[in-house]
Design a protein around this ligand. Structure first.
Ligand code: COS
Length: 414
């Protein structure tokens, strides 16, 4: 029997029977509020992002006007409390937003993810009252945020970073020197959470990550230059660049949680944003699957739609199953972050890494199968599946490679 038309995302979650997880009851039922958010974002993605996604990908053009249109939905502040001008939502809602954006335009999804997750959420979780008052309203109003940890010689081995920070003689500011790499939103952002090592910190040179300090840096700060923009295989409408720091002057007041306390902040930010990238991978897989299913109903060979051929049906069934499994892991990780970690409980590192590992592999596998279902057409730019295929690959690399996710999971198993 051929499968029915797309059942729509989230249908596996509509069951009234809650999912039991490690002795606790986790109710993944999609609330009316989250369902409304899904519909609103889907409508935005299909009406505003879809018409330009292909050309922006081709031209490597960031979604500048699209971001302005997105601000009208008021979702750029979903990780920012109301007191700072945001509109804080539950964590599953945040994942749903990323998923729906990525279903149409994975580049826009990662732009959103980094803005709300790595930048705004990190300042909200680790900032002082003054820092929150200074920066969160700007991010809530739509000024783009970014995060800058990696360097040419420090990606997976984040603690090996070479950027250095030195306190000025009068003790009012730091001077930052070095070059950061792979900065998503780096060109467009006004505000970065950026990491460098304080050379005067007692742990510097003692512990491997000793002296690592998190700074809130503005693009307008003296000594910061936006460097080379990368020419990428996928997510080509998302800008990725280097940042050059030459005596970049950052006020002491912009240090998050004190000098030398940056490494756990960097790791915590990644725990949080890995859920976002897992949701991006989920959305990519969903978009590719829907395109393949639609095509399979329309395309005929040997006198019948290809969806009626058992081999195609089997592919589609396996794709749908993998996607549902990925969705459960993504929502579980979002739930764990909100109900465990943010409630003062244990970290959600393992859940986030499992979601990212599985959803990233799912995105890669599903997009490859989608091209197979479309055959030669899937290999052309006439259909979006080749873009989804190229976009899927990065979800196995950034926010920690799949190898790093396995490392984090393995450490949590001990
Ligand atoms: N949350 C809070 N703190 C954490 C943490 C987490 N998830 N993970 C580790 N830490 C803390 C540890 O507790 C330790 O603190 P103490 O020195 O006080 O004991 C410190 O951070 C160092 O931890 P660890 O020894 O595990 O660090 P490693 O150098 O071994 O690095 C990995 C561990 C590989 C997991 C880490 O470097 C990593 O995640 N790398 C990938 C980075 C990445 O994702 N880059 C892409 C970014 S996109 S720009």
């Amino acid at each position: 029997m051929p499968p029915k038309q797309p059942s729509g995302p989230g249908t596996c979650l509509k069951s009234r029977s809650p999912v039991v997880w490690t002795g606790e009851t986790v109710d993944f039922l999609e609330s009316d509020e989250n369902e409304m958010i899904r519909e609103m974002v889907r409508d935005f993605a299909e009406s505003v992002l879809a018409p330009t996604a292909e050309s922006r990908d081709h031209e490597q053009r960031p979604p500048v006007e699209e971001w302005q249109a997105f601000l009208e939905l008021g979702l750029q502040g979903v990780t920012i409390p109301d007191a700072y001008g945001g509109a804080k939502l539950n964590d599953i809602a945040e994942a749903i937003i990323v998923e729906e954006l990525a279903r149409v335009d994975p580049s826009f999804a990662v732009m959103f993810c980094v803005h709300v997750g790595l930048c705004a959420m990190t300042i909200n979780l680790h900032g002082t009252e003054e820092q929150k008052q200074a920066y969160l309203p700007r991010l809530a109003a739509g000024e783009v945020g970014a995060y800058s940890l990696s360097e040419a010689g420090a990606g997976t081995d984040a603690a090996a970073m070479g950027c250095r920070a030195k306190l000025s003689d009068d003790g009012t500011h730091y001077l930052l020197n070095g070059e950061k790499m792979w900065v998503t939103n780096g060109v467009q952002a006004g505000i970065y959470v950026l990491f460098a090592k304080d050379v005067d910190h007692p742990d510097f040179g003692v512990k491997k990550h000793g002296g690592t300090t998190a700074f809130i840096v503005e693009q307008a700060f003296e000594g910061l230059t936006v460097g080379k923009k990368e020419d990428k295989l996928g997510i080509r409408s998302s800008d990725t660049c280097t940042l050059v720091l030459e005596d970049c002057k950052v006020p002491v007041a912009n240090v998050l949680k004190g000098a030398g306390n940056g490494f756990p902040i960097a790791m915590n930010a990644l725990d949080n944003s890995r859920i976002g990238i897992a949701a991006q991978a989920l959305g990519i897989a969903q978009g590719a699957y829907e395109a393949a299913l639609k095509y399979a109903h329309e395309r005929e060979t040997f006198g019948k739609p290809i969806v009626a051929h058992q081999m195609i049906t089997a592919y589609l069934s396996d794709m749908a199953t993998q996607i549902d499994a990925a969705r459960l892991l993504v929502y579980r990780a979002a739930w764990a972050k909100e109900h465990h970690y943010e409630a003062g409980g244990p970290r959600h590192s393992k859940e986030a890494s499992m979601a990212k590992l599985f959803a990233g592999d799912t995105a890669m596998w599903v997009t490859e199968r989608a091209i197979q279902v479309l055959g030669g057409y899937g290999y052309t730019k006439e259909f979006p599946v080749e873009r989804f295929f190229r976009d899927a690959k990065i979800t196995q690399i950034y926010e920690g490679t799949q190898e790093v996710q396995r490392l984090v999971i393995a450490r949590a198993l001990r």
